[in-house]
Ligand binder design. Structure first.
Ligand code: NDP
Length: 321
């Protein structure tokens, strides 16, 4: 049997970690790309790592010519909306221009070898404007409201443009997905870490922005399964990957404290107006019917189970600290 080869950008991140586990389990040879090999300490030793600036088209093209991948997962990106407001130029560069370089390199290699390359691009719910009570599908108008979303929207369009040129390029329109590997700069992990530290007596309280904001939160390993299924299907297409259920940050906080056995938590949570983001949408929910039908994909963990898994993991880390 021929061994398939995958390239994963952003391999050092949350999704890169779970995708690596999945690809290796499926017998796929994995190459990872990072901005700096210093970030790659936790990447599995079976992975061949490469250091590259993903905006350098020629360097990326030379790498792909060498590797000749069957599938490419473009996960590298500035993944935080808040960070994109702090550095909109870098957000646009990373979320849009790297996608142009990756797609161009794939098409050039595919044209040279005659072998099909399937690309899965990590697009985002943030390409949509979101609305209370509204549910987004693959045909919802692209109308981003942040530099993060604008960069992802350009990457999303580029993917469709290169698809029209003959590349099997899929957009995975990912809604928020969490795990114990989510960095603490994201509100979900900030909450579960704080709850675990409060339970251990190492932290007094938790400061949050607008806790009425609602998001459609899924389990990161499930979302990686969906991206792999897109690559295996091998058809350039757009797919929403979401649970279809919205929950508020306040719901998340309540479940997290309950999971740690803390009932008197209300006075420990304070609101800081400065943490409320400009143009933050009140609610975002996705309809993943297409992924359910075409990829046979379904989320495996409920919102409650996701929060409890993250708190349990952080309680263990605090206990061992
Ligand atoms: P992470 O932030 O955990 O990982 C992203 C990776 O991208 C980093 O490990 C980093 O790798 C690379 N990266 C970060 N900044 C830059 C930069 N300035 N230049 C080049 N590379 C950079 O993200 P996730 O794993 O959670 O998400 C994967 C992808 O899915 C991202 O593109 C994200 O925007 C998108 N997405 C994620 C969602 C989520 O809820 N997790 C929701 C919607 C979309 P290194 O430093 O090694 O280069």
């Amino acid at each position: 049997m021929t061994v398939r080869t995958a390239v994963v950008t952003g391999i050092t991140g949350q999704d890169g970690h779970y995708l690596t586990e999945l690809l290796l389990a499926e017998g796929v040879r994995v190459h990872g790309i990072t901005r700096s090999l210093a970030h790659a300490a936790e990447v599995r030793p079976e992975v061949t790592m490469h250091e590259a600036a993903l905006t350098r088209t020629d360097a990326v093209a030379a790498l792909f010519d060498d590797i000749e991948p069957d599938m490419v997962f473009h996960l590298a990106g500035m993944s935080s909306v808040a960070a994109s407001w702090a550095d909109p130029v870098q957000a646009t560069e990373v979320n849009a221009l790297t996608t142009a370089a990756i797609l161009d390199a794939c098409l050039r290699t595919q044209d040279r070898t005659g072998e099909q390359i399937t690309v899965v691009n990590a697009s985002s719910q943030e390409i949509f404007a979101g609305s209370p009570g509204g549910v987004d599908t693959e045909t919802t108008a692209v109308a981003p409201t942040s530099p993060y979303g604008a960069g992802k929207a350009l990457g999303h369009h580029l993917c469709q443009i290169y698809r029209a040129r003959g590349l099997q390029a899929a957009n995975a329109i990912l809604y928020s997905h969490e795990s114990p590997r989510r960095p603490e700069r994201f509100v979900t992990r900030k909450i579960t870490k704080a709850v675990a530290r409060i339970a251990a007596g190492r932290q007094a309280g938790l400061t949050l922005g607008d806790v009425s904001v609602q998001r459609d939160w899924g389990w990161a390993p499930d979302y990686v399964d969906a991206m792999y299924a897109m690559a295996v299907r091998g058809v350039g297409d757009d797919y929403v990957v979401a649970t279809g259920q919205a929950h508020s940050i306040a719901d998340f906080v309540a479940i997290a404290f309950a999971a740690a056995g803390i009932s008197d938590w209300q006075d420990r949570v304070v609101t800081d107006e400065s943490l409320i983001r400009p143009a933050d949408r009140p609610a975002m929910v996705g309809d993943a019917t297409k992924a359910w039908d075409l990829l046979n994909w379904k989320p495996t963990k409920s919102f409650h189970e996701i929060v409890v898994s993250m708190v349990d993991s952080d309680l263990l880390q605090e206990r061992d600290a």
